[in-house]
Design a protein around this ligand. Structure first.
Ligand code: SAM
Length: 422
């Protein structure tokens, strides 16, 4: 497997595995999705494979929708699957068209509603707003109440697409006027957050600006392809949906094997947008995600035939259990590779005879060992019936020193390129 690793890959160190460049790009910039890859990666894959108009491009872990949006902007049909209802909403909104002449009245009505304000159901809930004995809270009351008034108004907008776009602008404006922002695995309070005094006026200003950007981008970058987002667990949707049949290219990035919980980190958006209304529902959603974290009580994995590298890895992990940050890590590692094998098999069953998969992953570190996730998935892909073309190194990411793996200082991020044809 190691012989397939290309450390001189042409895309190495070109910013392909992160989304920093999306902050200024039309439509992508409607919401910064930190965990995404670059649209340039999708463009390179499309070019490399020579995808023709009418051929389908898919992403079973669609996240903020980089694959579906980039493909759609280039005129290709694309389908994304995403389990998180906020992110599936986000990626769907990004590929919407709308008659922008209708925005004018909507915008003035929206601002009038916000002026009147409405009581947010999140006031006093958990850490969402200020209350007795709470040192920090996510939103100031006037931001929550302005958001709520806008949300109530948006429900009366007759056009489904415009309603969706206004809702996205509302969520984005609330988050930009929130006291904390996403930072790695957690939400971090902004410097001097208590002095920032975000309020109705700052919220309105952000909202007007967000809507203006959305209008500009719809006009300058209309979508001319037939693309869609399927909301759900790809481990089920991939098997049940006929729409994915005969796909030509899949560009995707599953959650990394790093205990990052995509449901928890998007908790503010999930509750703001009323996608989730109780902690129990949030927990239920976790059970639908790929088994890459330790926050839920998953079903036990059954398979363990993932090749020699996996065997060496799991042996080391089991022999060094005292150096693990959580007792469920061995189980998570096995379950993760079981999920990857099943997904790669389902992808193979839906692929066109000359299809390719571009699968972006990162290695991880547990009990002092760097786990070669890319090489193990290379082994697994062959078992799933794919031909492994190469594993292209995209970059080495510096890793913070931890008590459990002090010797691992950087982790490899790579793209595993699989072909249905030898
Ligand atoms: C690394 S992110 C993908 C980012 C994406 N490439 C982009 O550029 O925006 C992984 C995504 O997989 C989603 N996910 C996790 N488990 C899933 C499942 N079982 N089915 C579908 N999506 C899932 C997460 O919610 C997350 O949005």
């Amino acid at each position: 497997m190691i012989e397939k690793l290309n450390d001189n890959f042409s895309l190495k160190n070109g910013g392909y595995s992160n989304s920093e460049d999306t902050t200024t790009l039309p439509r992508h910039r409607w919401y910064y999705y930190k965990e995404g890859f670059s649209p340039n990666l999708v463009e390179k894959a499309i070019e490399h494979v020579g995808v023709k108009k009418g051929e389908l491009i898919i992403d079973p872990f669609n996240g903020g929708g980089t694959t579906t949006l980039t493909s759609s902007l280039l005129g290709h049909n694309s389908i994304g699957i995403e389990v998180n209802p906020f992110t599936s909403f986000l990626s769907d909104a990004k590929i919407k068209n709308a008659d922008i002449s209708k925005f004018k009245n909507i915008e003035s009505d929206l601002l009038q509603f916000i002026e009147r304000s409405a009581k947010s159901p999140l006031l006093g809930y958990s850490t969402f707003s200020e209350k007795e004995n709470l040192k920090k809270w996510l939103f100031n009351d006037s931001v929550l109440n302005s958001f709520e008034a806008g949300w109530q108004y948006s429900n009366s907008i007759p056009s489904y697409d415009i309603r969706k776009l206004i809702k996205l602008a509302l969520i984005s404006s609330a988050m930009k006027n929130g006291n904390a922002k996403r930072d790695g695995k957690c939400l971090r309070y902004r410097n001097n957050w208590d002095k920032n005094s975000f309020n109705k006026d700052t919220f309105n200003e952000t909202l007007v600006n967000s809507i203006s950007i959305i209008k500009d981008d719809i006009q300058s970058n209309p979508i001319q392809s037939r693309s869609k987002i399927l909301k759900g667990d790809c481990r089920i949707v991939l098997e049940s949906s006929d729409e994915l049949k005969n796909f030509k290219l899949c560009v995707t990035s599953p959650p990394y094997l790093n205990t990052f919980d995509y449901t928890d980190i998007y908790r503010p958006e999930l509750f703001l947008g009323k996608f989730i209304q109780t902690s129990q529902k949030l927990y239920d959603l976790r059970l639908e995600t790929v088994r890459s974290h330790v926050q839920a009580k998953w079903n036990m994995p059954i398979m363990n035939d993932f090749g020699l590298l996996y065997e060496q890895t799991i042996k080391h992990i089991n022999e060094n259990k005292e150096n693990l940050m959580h007792k469920n890590i061995p189980f998570m590692i096995q379950a993760y590779f079981e999920d990857m094998l099943n997904i790669l098999k389902m992808l193979k069953a839906k692929a066109a005879k000359d299809a390719q998969v571009w699968f972006v992953v990162s290695n991880s570190a547990y009990a002092g060992l760097e786990i070669p996730v890319d090489l193990i998935i290379g082994d697994i892909a062959s078992k799933a019936g794919w031909y492994l073309k190469e594993i292209g190194v995209l970059r080495y990411v510096k890793k913070r020193k931890t008590k459990y793996s002090p010797n691992v200082t950087e982790l490899r991020e790579s793209v595993i390129i699989l072909s249905a044809l030898k």
